[in-house]
Design a protein around this ligand. Structure first.
Ligand code: 13P
Ligand code: SF4
Length: 302
C-alpha cells in the first residue's frame, strides 16, 4: 500500500480532512481535500462540520486559526516546528504598548500573528482583504502589524494613516525577491506579466503588474489571456499555477524563494500526525474567545 493510500485510509477511519496552503509541497497539494490561501483555509475550516480531525498542512498561525474557529475539533499540524517567523515578530505585550500610546486607534492585525497576539486586536485581515478591512473601519488612523511591506502596500491604496507595528516586521522568504532580478527577467520575457505577493518589498511591488494574495494570484493568472507570468511569491504556488494552467508558462522570479517552515511538512509527517493524532494545536479558551471575535469581525466584512 502506498503512503497516499495509507493516508486516505486513515482519513476515512478518523473522519479527517486535509487542508493545505498554496505553498505546500506538490505531493501534499495533490492529496489535500482543499488547497487555498489563508482566508480561504480559515473559511473552509469553519465549514468543516462533519470532520472530527482537521489536518492543517501549513504553519502555526494558520492551524491556530482553524483551532480557534473549531473549538470542538482536533486540529493537527504535520510538523510541530512549522512556525512562521513573521508571526514571531510581534508580541502581545508590544501590541499592548502600542495601544497605550494610541488609545483611540483601532488595531488591525495580519492573520500572520499568534493567537495570543490576535487576542489583543480589534480585527484581523489577510493580504486578500486588507484594503477592504481598512476602508470598513470607522477611523482615519489604524495600527497595523506585523508585516511592514503589506502595511506599505495598503498605505498606497488608502487615504487613511497606517501606523506599522513593529517598525519592520517582514517575511524572510518574500524579501528575497529583488527588483533587479525581475527587470532582468522582463528583458528575457518581454511578453510576461509580473504578479507578486504584497509581502514583497515596495521596490518589487512597484515593478509588478498585479499584487495579490496567493489565491488571488492564481485567479488572476487563470483569467488573464496572457501566456507567460513572472511570479513573486513562495515556490509552492508554481505547482498550483501550472496544474490549473497547463498551457501557460510560469517563471519564479527568484529560485531561492522557499519558505523552510512551510516545507517542513511532508507526506510522511502527515501520515504520522494522522496515525498518532499528534502535534495537536491548542489555544486556551480565553485567548481563543478574544481571537475568534477578531477573526469573525473580519469574516463579517469580507
Ligand atoms: P496568503 O494569505 O496569500 O496565502 O499568504 C500567506 C502567507 O503566509 C504568505 O507568505
Ligand atoms: Fe511566514 Fe513568509 Fe513562510 Fe508565509 S512565506 S509562512 S509569511 S515565513
Amino acid at each position: 500500500m502506498t503512503l497516499t493510500d495509507k493516508i486516505s485510509r486513515l482519513k476515512r477511519e478518523k473522519k479527517a480532512v486535509i487542508l493545505a496552503h498554496n505553498y505546500q509541497r506538490p505531493e501534499i497539494q495533490d492529496i489535500a481535500d482543499y488547497v487555498g490561501d489563508s482566508i480561504e483555509l480559515s473559511k473552509r475550516a469553519k465549514e468543516e462540520r462533519d470532520a472530527e480531525i482537521i489536518l492543517f498542512s501549513a504553519v502555526d498561525f494558520m492551524a491556530e486559526s482553524a483551532a480557534i474557529l473549531n473549538p470542538d475539533k482536533k486540529v493537527l499540524l504535520p510538523s510541530q516546528g512549522a512556525r512562521c517567523p513573521m508571526a514571531q515578530m510581534l508580541r502581545a505585550d508590544e501590541v499592548r504598548r502600542w495601544k497605550r500610546k494610541y488609545p483611540e486607534v483601532p488595531v488591525l492585525l495580519y492573520v500572520n500573528t499568534l493567537a495570543e497576539v490576535k487576542a489583543e486586536c480589534d480585527i484581523c485581515c489577510t493580504s486578500a482583504n486588507a484594503i477592504k478591512v481598512v476602508e470598513a473601519l470607522d477611523s482615519d488612523t489604524i495600527l497595523f502589524g506585523p508585516d511592514h511591506n503589506l502595511a506599505l502596500y495598503v498605505q498606497k491604496k488608502t487615504n487613511k494613516k497606517i501606523i506599522p507595528m513593529p517598525k519592520k516586521g517582514f517575511c524572510p522568504t518574500h524579501v528575497l525577491f529583488q527588483k533587479g532580478d525581475i527587470l532582468l527577467l522582463k528583458e528575457e520575457h518581454p511578453d510576461a506579466v509580473v504578479i507578486v505577493h504584497p509581502e514583497c518589498t515596495l521596490d518589487v511591488q512597484k515593478v509588478a503588474d498585479y499584487i495579490g494574495s496567493t489565491s488571488q494570484m492564481c485567479r488572476y493568472a487563470k483569467e488573464l489571456p496572457a501566456k507567460k507570468f513572472i511570479i513573486g511569491t513562495e515556490s509552492g504556488l508554481i505547482h498550483r499555477l501550472k496544474k490549473e494552467n497547463p498551457n501557460k508558462e510560469f517563471v519564479l522570479a527568484y529560485d531561492g524563494a522557499i519558505c523552510p517552515n512551510m516545507k517542513l511538512n511532508t507526506l510522511e509527517r502527515i501520515y504520522l500526525a494522522l496515525k498518532e493524532e499528534k502535534h495537536q494545536v491548542n489555544v486556551s479558551k480565553p485567548i481563543a474567545k478574544k481571537a475568534r471575535k477578531a477573526l469573525e469581525r473580519m469574516f463579517s466584512i469580507t
